[in-house]
Design a protein around this ligand. Structure first.
Ligand SMILES: Cc1cc2nc3c(=O)[nH]c(=O)nc-3n(C[C@H](O)[C@H](O)[C@H](O)COP(=O)(O)OP(=O)(O)OC[C@H]3O[C@@H](n4cnc5c(N)ncnc54)[C@H](O)[C@@H]3O)c2cc1C
Length: 519
């Protein structure tokens, strides 16, 4: 693909959302289809596929490769209420729009809807609703991937399983044998921690979550759901972390019971988000609470944002009348009424902010409050970098533990940061036990101390049966690469390197992403 029209200026593509310094590239290509990608890969000495560069790990920051941007491969190829087939550069927003026209939706979407199909597949991205719907992996039916030698592989889920712990893949360069790594992956709802590995695994799962290091994804077929259920949001200020965790446990258990029994009146929670006390202070300092017409009562220790799904279509007026009657204990048995009863029994109904089904404006405000937490923290990191020390950077973890170990893990996060005198905030997806402990650095020393704390957390997360790399991937972050090594040991890294060497002997695809090619 020597066509100069498909080449461009690299300057706008030298960093991703992790803002790693030192990005540089030999050039950039904008292929328009799988054949162009195969030609570009075959020609390049080293190549880095990118989607929207919303990576939070530096995985989409070039370090001397040719960049392969998928932005001109963004066609939606087929849509039905059951699936959608797209090119790798199609954004999550476009996928949702096209599915909405078919009265369907893609449930595991990450918060950032500008992310591309190839990017979310390559990082096994997960959204707030993993508790109910799983991560991207669970929704990939088929993909097309270009290997390092230019071979184009079409893989459909269920058609190519590992035999005796290995795959034999026919490539343009001859048959390639890939040995499936033998490490045991943590048994948690989300993992974005190097290569997927199970003895009888599906070949498609090897490429999902491989962060561009094993092949360039050019097309994906995702499963979709129809119809999109109505939902209500509840922003619940809790007086203590213990109270919040007990409420989440009640909602998780009730939801599982609803899924088991298909009770139409049952509580059906898709997602529960959480913001700790410092997160709430940040909202207040930035005026994001007032701007969105939310007032947290004094003494709020932790706020929850619950997304409750409701079968059928319920208008806001009907929902409002249900709640009024619930308060009078004269209500029909519905999911909303059951939620209100739980909140009322916990003494939390009066302080809860509700966005009823169909009340789009209120729902947007409550979501904006949650989103203002990472925005506020990132702004503080940016200001510290500008005004205190250029070497200050975002210092954050993305860890998951089984929910019944969540309280223990929160105590570990707190102790680890506080013993080092750090300012910090913790928020995330409490329904999965997945949160993002973030340092709010005031000096370069805070960044170093924060990294040290995060490595300590990684050991504890693994001990509790969790995963220190839940949804953002590993990328080029030295801390995340160290967490991966802590999780699977040097032997695990060597097994991943062997997979990489089998499929990409020259190490040309995303070199240095997930792990270094050699120590
Ligand atoms: C505001 C914000 C909110 C976010 N929220 C979430 C969230 O809720 N959940 C979550 O999981 N993540 C979240 N992220 C992180 C990020 O959006 C995800 O990692 C996303 O999957 C990256 O998609 P992308 O298209 O931007 O990929 P990029 O950042 O461009 O690339 C990410 C990695 O995938 C590889 N890659 C990209 N395209 C291809 C391809 N076609 N073939 C092979 N490899 C490829 C790249 O080489 C790189 O290693 C968030 C990020 C931001 C900035």
């Amino acid at each position: 693909m020597a066509d100069e029209r498909l080449r461009g200026d690299v300057t706008a593509f030298l960093e991703d959302a992790a803002h790693y310094p030192g990005g540089h590239a030999t050039g950039i290509v904008f292929p328009r289809g799988t054949r162009d990608v195969a030609d570009a890969v075959a020609e390049a000495a080293a190549i880095l596929p990118i989607g929207a560069q919303s990576s939070l790990t530096g995985g989409a920051t070039p370090m001397g490769e040719q960049i392969l941007a998928t932005s001109k491969m963004s066609r939606i190829l087929e849509v039905s209420s059951a699936h959608i087939k797209v090119e790798a550069g199609a954004t999550v927003a476009a996928i949702q729009d096209h599915l909405a026209a078919a009265n369907a939706w893609f449930p595991p979407a990450p918060t950032f809807t500008g992310a591309c199909a190839g990017g979310i597949l390559a990082t096994n991205a997960a959204g707030a609703a993993t508790f109910k719907y799983g991560s991207t992996r669970d929704w990939v039916e088929a993909l097309t991937v270009v290997l390092a030698d230019g071979t184009i592989l079409d893989i459909e889920r269920g058609t190519r399983k590992a035999v005796d712990g290995r795959f034999t893949i026919e490539t343009d360069s001859g048959p390639v044998i890939v040995q499936v790594p033998s490490y045991a992956m943590p048994d948690v709802a989300k993992r974005s921690a190097g290569y997927y590995a199970r003895p009888d695994m599906d070949l498609i799962d090897l490429f999902i979550g491989s962060e561009g290091t094993l092949g360039v994804v050019t097309g994906v077929t995702f499963r979709a759901l129809s119809p999109r259920p109505a939902s209500a949001l509840a922003l619940i200020p809790c007086r203590s972390e213990t109270e919040a965790i007990a409420l989440v446990a009640t909602l998780r258990n009730a939801s599982r019971e609803t899924w088991r029994t298909a009770d139409p009146a049952g509580i059906d929670t898709a997602a529960i988000e959480h913001m700790d006390r410092r997160s709430i202070e940040i909202l207040h300092e930035d005026g994001a609470d007032a701007r969105n017409h939310v007032a947290f009562p004094a003494g709020t220790a932790l706020a929850l944002l619950v997304q409750l799904e409701i079968p059928g279509s319920v208008s806001a007026a009907e929902a409002y009348s249900e709640i009024e009657r619930a308060l009078a204990r004269d209500a029909p048995d519905t999911p909303l009424v059951r939620l209100c009863t739980i909140l009322s029994d916990a003494g939390l109904l009066d302080v809860t902010e509700l966005a009823l089904p169909g009340d789009v404006r209120r729902a947007e405000q409550l979501i904006a409050v949650r989103e203002a937490v990472p925005t506020g923290v990132n702004q503080r990191v940016g200001v510290a970098k500008l005004t205190i020390d250029q070497r200050i950077q975002k210092t954050a973890a993305d860890m998951i533990v089984p929910f019944d170990r969540f309280a223990e893990m929160m105590a570990v996060y707190r102790a680890g940061f506080e013993s080092r005198g750090l300012d910090y905030a913790v928020w995330g997806h409490i329904s999965d036990g997945n949160v993002h402990p973030n340092v709010i650095p005031r000096s370069r020393a805070d960044v170093e101390a924060g990294k040290d704390a995060i490595l300590e957390f990684g050991k504890e997360v693994a001990r509790l049966g969790g995963c220190p790399l839940a949804e953002h991937g590993v990328g080029r972050s030295p801390v995340k690469q160290a967490l991966l090594r802590q999780l699977y040991g040097q032997a695990g890294i060597e097994q991943m390197r062997a997979v990489k060497r089998a499929l990409d002997p020259a190490g040309k695809l995303a070199p240095g992403v997930i792990f270094q090619l050699a120590d």
